[in-house]
Design a protein around this ligand. Structure first.
Ligand SMILES: [Zn+2]
Length: 150
């Protein structure tokens, strides 16, 4: 399986930069306003599974998209996307719901449905994502929020 073909991927943020994001730089009011602008841009639908707010889902989250440049040790904020709860939780599954077996089971089902893959392929992807996370935790990252913060 080529991971580039997955629509929904696990993206674990390094331990040292987990809290160094735009969300934590804004007040909750500012973040809510910002998140609503992104939802409007995304036509109130999940950018990955395309479910629509008010239809089969009642809420959208604003996900921060990061890219990692290992050579210069910089983690760049590259944009935002509206995601449903399940897609968003899968992105951060290393930190979320690990102790709640039922919820985790539902997330894995969602991952398999969206990506049209088997549970075995999920397990392989999870393993790879954790290995990548461990490798990234060895690096001292500088976080670049770009133009999103003055
Ligand atoms: Zn979704």
């Amino acid at each position: 399986m080529n991971h580039n073909e997955l629509k929904l991927e696990i993206e674990l943020i390094p331990e040292s930069t987990m809290h160094l994001n735009l969300r934590n730089r804004l007040t909750s009011y500012q973040w809510r306003q910002f998140s609503q602008d992104i939802q409007k841009r995304d036509q109130y639908s999940c950018c990955i599974c395309h479910r629509v707010k008010g239809d089969t889902i009642d809420k959208l989250h604003c996900h921060e998209i990061w890219t990692f440049d290992t050579d210069v040790q910089v983690q760049y904020l590259n944009g935002f996307q509206s995601l449903c709860f399940q897609c968003h939780m899968i992105k951060h599954i290393g930190f979320a719901t690990m102790n709640d077996w039922v919820e985790k089971y539902q997330l894995i089902e969602h991952f398999c449905t969206v990506n049209e893959v088997s549970r075995k392929q999920y397990a392989q992807h999870f393993h790879d994502a954790v290995q990548l996370w461990i490798a990234r935790n060895q690096i001292t990252w500088h976080v670049d929020l770009g133009d999103y913060i003055s």
